[in-house]
Design a protein. Structure first.
Length: 287
């Protein structure tokens, strides 16, 4: 009969304990990996009649198209007939594209057009969000919007602009890299979702993130395409994304990025309490 002081018993006990610890760790890692989309995306649908009410008020035009995720819908408003610029607009997580409609009508340059795009699974869009699904949607809708405003993809691409908030900034940078969009405004961007995993947990868990948005890499792509002007705004009191991440992006790409720090502003309050700062950034990037 083995006793607690028996070396063989202790060895078996430690091996069993190690196995339990390993299985527990693997189970936790599997849960984190398999459920991480629930921590990254917070889809929100539009109430019935939202698109119709928006079309009456703007007046704008919905752009319906289909991807591997199913039916998608984006919204085009502003100067829809030969505008000065066409802006791709993506909202932050937990928001939908039309959350920006009224603000842009009140503060955006009136000579420009605004393409408000929801992620798959958000707004009136079917499917589930992921970097690949978002990229597919943007790749399809940008040319459709250019046609709608009477533009040629070959001749008028230099007049495309981006405006994205938080996760929407990452989506816009994907489109910017694909369509060579060199000018725009990013509000409260992160460096990457891998860096955000470490910032939130304090642990080096970036290797587990498979919804990989890498704003630093996309800005590097833009620098390869030639001159550009990306204005980053970030609230000093941002409680979601550390302002240090915007500082890092500006430091890494000084020839491309202009950083503007917004005092007394959190993650979702720049547009509410400092609309003039954001409007000025849109004006400057639109030149």
């Amino acid at each position: 009969m083995p006793t607690p002081t028996n070396p063989r018993f202790l060895r078996r006990f430690l091996i069993g304990l190690a196995r339990v610890g390993f299985l527990t760790a693997m189970t936790l890692l599997a849960l984190i990996t398999g459920c991480q989309s629930r921590f990254i995306y917070f889809p929100r649908p539009y109430p019935p009649g939202t698109a119709e009410a928006w079309a009456r008020e703007t007046p704008g035009k919905a752009i319906d198209f289909t991807t591997s995720q199913g039916r998608q819908r984006a919204f085009l408003q502003g100067e829809r007939h030969h505008p000065r610029n066409l802006w791709l607009v993506c909202a932050g997580n937990g928001s939908v594209a039309l959350d920006w409609s009224d603000w842009l009508r009140a503060h955006g340059p009136r000579e420009d057009a605004w393409l408000l795009v929801d992620f798959p699974g958000y707004g009136d869009c079917h499917g589930s969000p992921s970097p690949a699904a978002i990229r597919e949607s943007l790749a399809k809708v940008v040319p459709l919007a250019m046609q709608e405003v009477g533009w040629s993809e070959d001749k008028d691409a230099s007049r495309l602009r981006i405006f994205g908030h938080s996760l929407g900034a990452a989506a816009c940078l994907i489109a910017a890299a694909d369509h060579h969009i060199q000018r725009g405004v990013l509000l409260a961007p992160f460096t990457s979702t891998m860096d955000m995993a470490r910032a939130i947990t304090g642990l080096p868990l970036g290797f587990l993130v498979w919804h990989r948005f890498d704003n630093s890499a996309r800005l590097a792509d833009l620098t390869k395409h030639g001159p550009g002007h990306i204005i980053i705004l970030h609230g000093v009191e941002d409680e979601v994304i550390p302002i240090a991440m915007s500082h890092q992006l500006a430091k890494r790409y000084p020839s491309l990025v202009e950083f503007r720090e917004i005092q007394n502003a959190g993650h979702n309050t720049v547009q509410q309490y400092h609309p003039e700062a954001l409007a000025q950034a849109l004006h400057d990037a639109g030149q």
